[in-house]
Ligand binder design. Structure first.
Ligand code: SAM
Length: 210
């Protein structure tokens, strides 16, 4: 099976390590998040177009981000950049007793994501349409916040809305960027997890054009 081959490859290459992330990736069919004409590539380890100039992230990038975030069953997560909902579906499977709040600026993608969550019977995701560079203060604090689009710098609202001991993961830069992990304790701990490529975050604390 194509999906199993991809998962085994991600394990072999060291991207996937944790049992609960591997299980969650096994449970989520990537093909439903992709337009028909691209479906044959669903289990290639590559980003694919999802319309409106946006992409579904490559599976290895989803794996890297989930391994860095270390979600648990009770995590309360904010995702910036829902797309069609692939990454959020996996996060929701891991945080099975928790909640994923996800915000997308393009209504058509947010609607498609809602459809996909329904199709998969995923109930612990709430989708919002808006500018995620300002976070989603009404449900803060979050145990984990991650962005699937790159910001010029870390938006201050995201740090504010992160709970104590929480983790924030965000690509910083334009298209080629650094994946930055911040842990919020007495002192902020910041780590650069390395180079990556993401579509830009468009918004007040993001970029204002593309
Ligand atoms: N998480 C998606 C997945 O699993 O397929 C990937 C999404 S794509 C790489 C990044 C998304 O961020 C795009 O859908 C884009 O419209 C969205 N985006 C960009 N700027 C945003 C902002 N300020 N607020 C919310 N969403 C934003």
């Amino acid at each position: 099976m194509e999906k199993e081959k991809l998962i085994k490859k991600l394990i072999r290459h060291g991207y996937l390590k944790s049992k609960r992330i591997i299980e969650a990736m096994r449970e989520v069919p990537r093909e439903i998040f992709i337009p028909d004409r691209q479906r044959g590539y669903a289990y290639e380890d590559t980003p694919l177009e999802i319309g409106h100039g946006q992409t579904i992230s490559a599976p290895h990038m989803v794996a890297i981000m989930l391994e860095a975030l270390q979600l648990d069953e009770d995590s309360k997560i904010l995702e910036i950049g829902t797309g069609t909902g692939y990454h959020a579906s996996i996060a929701a499977k891991i945080a099975s007793r928790g909640m994923v709040y996800t915000i997308e600026r393009i209504k058509e993608l947010a609607d498609k994501a809602k459809e996909n969550f329904k199709k998969l019977g995923i109930k612990n995701v709430k989708v919002f349409i808006g500018d995620g560079s300002l976070g989603l203060p009404e449900f803060a604090p979050y145990t984990h916040i991650y962005a699937t689009c790159s910001a010029p710098s870390v938006p201050p609202a995201l740090i504010e809305q992160l709970g104590k001991g929480g983790k924030l993961l965000i690509p910083v830069g334009r298209v080629y960027c650094d994946l930055i992990l911040i842990e919020k304790n007495e002192k902020m701990k910041k780590k650069n997890l390395g180079g990556c490529a993401f579509v830009p975050m468009i918004g007040k604390e993001g970029y204002n054009d593309y």
